[in-house]
Ligand binder design. Structure first.
Ligand code: ZN
Ligand code: ZN
Length: 298
């Protein structure tokens, strides 16, 4: 019996030179996970949900975000192949299920779970709403303003809070020695963002948050993004912060001007591109609705 990885590898050999047009193969590839080492033993794991960052060394193991339980288990298996050490630290960039539902897979395997205090509050509230509190592993260490820092092995992991943006509880997570920052969903790379008004999102302040991040980190910082649009990567540099900041500003401008010109929210929500930010392609409904709510209420 071939396991799935061997099957995929064999299939790749068989289909070498052909495009992957077989829908079954496509599905297999889409469900498979990828791990990529960036630098200083810090890498990224992608499968389904928000990008995970991890650090694996003899002296310490850190995981940032956890996707869903099946995906978290894939990562845990990979970690356990490399080390029998207990995982030192799990960080959540924010509470959304595609970043925290996999926390539960780390139960008993991790020493500390960190997040902003609003991320904990939001995670608890949504789980209570869905009756799924038993399936959560909640953060046990939180902070309110500014920064919290944890030393793991030779690395220092700092969580920075610059106020509400994508939710009211998003952290930038900085591996200081590696100089790698996980932005969580504070950056959707060329992809129309989810803006969670029900969890305190604020588009106006989000632009300030990105500015603060731009000034806190530097030109050598490597950024890991929660999500990216088709054809774009879940990693990048400081300039991507400004590009996304520009997009958010243009969304607000588009809705403000549209309303002043007598357009309804529904009419504006039909937009498939925001003037001045063409790289964020596709349906703009969720961004337009959030901007409208922020500017004019319901
Ligand atoms: Zn996400
Ligand atoms: Zn999110």
């Amino acid at each position: 019996m071939l396991n799935r990885r061997q099957f995929i590898q064999n299939s790749m050999v068989v289909s070498a030179g052909l495009s992957i047009s077989n829908p079954l193969l496509k599905l297999l590839f889409q469900n498979d996970y990828q791990m990529e080492m960036l630098r200083n033993n810090v890498g990224i794991f992608t499968e389904r949900g928000g990008t995970i960052a991890y650090m694996i060394t003899k002296e310490g193991i850190v995981v940032v975000d956890s996707q869903f339980p099946a995906q978290a288990n894939h990562l845990i298996e990979e970690i356990q192949k490399k080390s029998d050490r207990k995982i030192d630290l799990l960080v959540n960039t924010h509470h959304h299920g595609d970043h925290t539902a996999g926390n539960i897979a780390f139960k008993g395997l991790v020493n500390k779970v960190m997040a902003h205090e609003n991320s904990l509050k939001n995670q608890k509230r949504s789980a209570e709403g869905q009756g799924s509190l038993d399936n959560q592993l909640l953060p046990d260490t939180t902070y309110s303003n500014g920064m919290i820092k944890e030393k793991v092995g030779g690395e220092r992991v700092a969580l920075h809070y610059f106020g509400p943006g994508h939710t009211d509880g998003d952290s930038f997570v900085h591996f200081e020695n590696a100089n790698i920052v996980h932005t969580g969903d504070l950056l959707f790379n060329r992809r129309v963002p989810y803006i969670d008004k029900s969890a305190g999102a604020n588009i106006t302040n989000w632009q300030v948050v990105l500015e603060k991040a731009y000034n806190t980190f530097d030109t050598n910082t490597l950024f890991v993004f929660g999500h990216a649009g088709d054809g774009y990567e879940v990693k990048g540099n400081r300039e991507d912060l400004l590009a996304f900041q520009n997009y958010l500003g243009k969304v607000m401008e588009f809705v403000k001007k549209g309303q002043a010109a007598g357009k309804t929210k529904e009419q504006l929500a039909e937009a498939t591109e925001i003037p001045g930010a063409p790289q964020w392609k596709g349906g703009q409904t969720r961004a337009v609705n959030a901007a409208w709510m922020e500017l004019f209420g319901e």
